[in-house]
Structures are given as structure tokens and as C-alpha cells.
Design a protein around this ligand. Structure first.
Ligand code: ZN
Ligand code: ZN
Length: 124
């Protein structure tokens, strides 16, 4: 299982290495924050790790949102539906499940479904 080293998830505006603390995915990121400089006019609802699309240059290029920090436990989690859930704020699936009453019923379904496929990671 991967663990966080100093250059990982360092919230560096200029980029670094992103590590999902739930699934262990690592990926280079180019920007951390909510207003990516390479995509004018975009403001995210949270500070997050962003990867610039390697196949495009200049402003207006597309990008990939890698993930962000769980509002509740501060773990960094990727966008994968089995790692995080964005409902007004980002939650890792573990915290989403712990606070399931806070979510509307249609989200419950999703949390339960996703947890069923990841229970091996969350043994309590
Ligand atoms: Zn992940
Ligand atoms: Zn969490």
C-alpha cells in the first residue's frame, strides 16, 4: 500500500505528485487550487489537484480533475466513484458512509453500492 511522502499531495500551485490515499493511485499534477491558470474562466468549488491535458497547448486547453481533500478527515482522494463523493463538498467514501444521514436518499444508494465494492479497503 502506498504512503504519503513529502513531495506528494503537497498542495503546490506549481504541481507535484498526487496520491489517492484511498486507492493508492499516483499521478503527476500540474496545479493545486481552485482557479487553474491554464484554463481561464474556470473556478472549482474546492481546492483540487488538476492535470493539464497533455495533448493540448495554450489557454483554453482541457484538463483532468484528479481529486481533492476529504472535508471531514482531510485524506486526499481521487475522483473515482469508489474513492470519493462530491455532494456540496468532497467526502471520501468512508466519511460519506459515516455521515450517511446527511445525504439525500438518492445519494445513499450510491454510497452503499460503492462501499460494497471497496469494503476490502476499509476493515474496521
Ligand atoms: Zn482513488
Ligand atoms: Zn474522509
Amino acid at each position: 500500500m502506498a504512503y504519503v511522502t513529502e513531495d506528494m499531495n503537497s498542495k503546490n500551485e506549481k504541481g507535484g505528485t498526487f496520491l489517492c490515499e484511498a486507492c493508492g493511485l499516483t499521478e503527476t499534477y500540474h496545479y493545486y487550487g481552485c482557479k487553474p491558470p491554464f484554463h481561464k474562466g474556470v473556478t472549482f468549488l474546492e481546492n483540487c489537484y488538476v492535470l493539464r491535458d497533455p495533448f493540448q497547448n495554450g489557454s483554453g486547453g482541457s484538463f483532468l480533475l484528479l481529486g481533492g481533500e476529504c472535508t471531514s478527515c482531510s485524506r486526499v482522494v481521487c475522483q473515482d466513484t469508489s474513492c470519493s463523493l462530491f455532494y456540496t463538498k468532497r467526502f471520501c467514501l468512508n466519511c460519506a458512509n459515516a455521515n450517511i444521514e446527511e445525504f439525500p436518499p438518492e445519494i445513499h444508494q450510491r454510497i452503499k453500492k460503492d462501499l460494497a465494492s471497496t469494503t476490502k479497503m476499509y476493515k474496521n
